[in-house]
Design a protein. Structure first.
Length: 335
């Protein structure tokens, strides 16, 4: 009897090519009641989006220690039903950074999905942040390396974005639109921070493309910035679609619960794209990943890899998949 074909993650990719399997939406919450509401929503919908509890902008001035302690307790509480809760700490050069990291790692290190470090100025400072996180893990006896995400929102961070993305401990880079525009001292008009204007201004668009390209070159996840007009669903949908379809982003920030579902929908493949991926991958799997012909078109491992990414994204966004597809590719998938 012919042995079953290997899983696509093994057959189609080298281990170094496997990108992090992150949800397409990263939802930020900093106010206690909104944090709890976000976690409840995640528990109901499943791990189709991450929740990042904000210790930077969410913490009141002078109350940073109390805020991070509350965040750490939420991470280890029963509200974290799926293990997909991270936290944003203060910037490396902020007085609260060290205490943020120590508190979160000591209390919640085993359950943190990641730590987000904002406003990194260059590769050296990013390495400094990673070293501080790893040092806290060693001191508190943590037996895992906490994934690190960073925000590219400074001139220096953008200048060294390829070097930052290449750091092994980095999992994802996000674009910090508001601080990036503000750093131009008024040279970028206010429209550059709007849902549509951020795709039109050359300096903003360049930054987005550089971050996306750097992440893909290093096998990391590029995460698109916020849309602040949270009550205008059509603008959010338009921005999310552009980020995914035109700029190569695999993830996007949400700052209001109403933004979560539209982002997931925009980043999900269409039903037709998913169906085509299933047809080709099932045929390739049955052929033990040898070249196949599908609808008079030849396909080999190069296109198989593309369609596998489509199918993974369909699964990641909660699309219903046929039982045989789930059993073959996802129920016992290798790490």
């Amino acid at each position: 009897m012919k042995a079953a074909a290997p899983h696509p993650r093994i057959a189609l990719f080298e281990s170094s090519e496997r990108a992090p399997d992150l949800p397409v939406c990263d939802h930020y919450a900093g106010v206690p009641e909104r944090m709890t509401k976000s976690l409840q929503m995640q528990a109901e919908l499943g791990p189709v989006f991450d929740v990042t509890l904000d210790c930077e902008d969410g913490a009141p001035v002078g109350g940073e220690a109390e805020h991070v302690a509350m965040v750490a307790e939420l991470v280890v509480s029963g509200h974290n039903a799926h293990g997909r809760v991270g936290a944003r700490v203060h910037p490396v050069d902020h007085p609260a950074f060290t205490h943020d990291v120590d508190t979160l790692v000591r209390t919640a290190g085993q359950r943190l999905a990641y730590l987000m470090v904002p406003k990194v100025t260059d590769r050296k400072q990013t390495e400094q942040a990673i070293a501080a996180i790893d040092d806290a893990a060693r001191r508190h006896g943590l037996d895992r390396a906490i994934p690190v995400h960073t925000l590219i929102e400074t001139h220096g961070g953008l200048r060294e974005v390829f070097d930052i993305a290449a750091l092994p401990r980095i999992e994802s880079l996000s674009f910090g639109l508001m601080d990036f525009v503000s750093a131009h001292r008024g040279a970028i008009p206010q429209a550059g921070m709007s849902a549509r204007g951020q795709f039109d201004h050359p300096l903003v668009l360049r930054a987005k493309l550089e971050i996306s390209a750097a992440c893909h070159a290093a096998g990391k996840t590029p995460s698109h910035c916020v849309v602040t007009e949270f009550r205008k669903a059509s603008l959010l949908q338009e921005a999310a679609t552009k980020a995914c379809r035109q700029l190569g982003y695999l993830r996007m920030w949400s700052i209001h619960p109403n933004q979560i579902r539209p982002i997931i929908e925009a980043f999900a493949p269409t039903a037709a794209e998913t169906d085509l991926a299933i047809e080709i991958l099932m045929a390739a799997w049955n052929a033990h990943w040898a070249p196949i012909s599908h609808r008079d078109t030849l396909h080999d491992r190069a296109s198989f890899r593309y369609f596998w990414h489509v199918l993974e994204r369909a699964h990641r966004t909660g699309q219903p998949l046929p039982v045989e597809v789930r059993e073959a590719f996802f129920e016992h998938a290798p790490a």
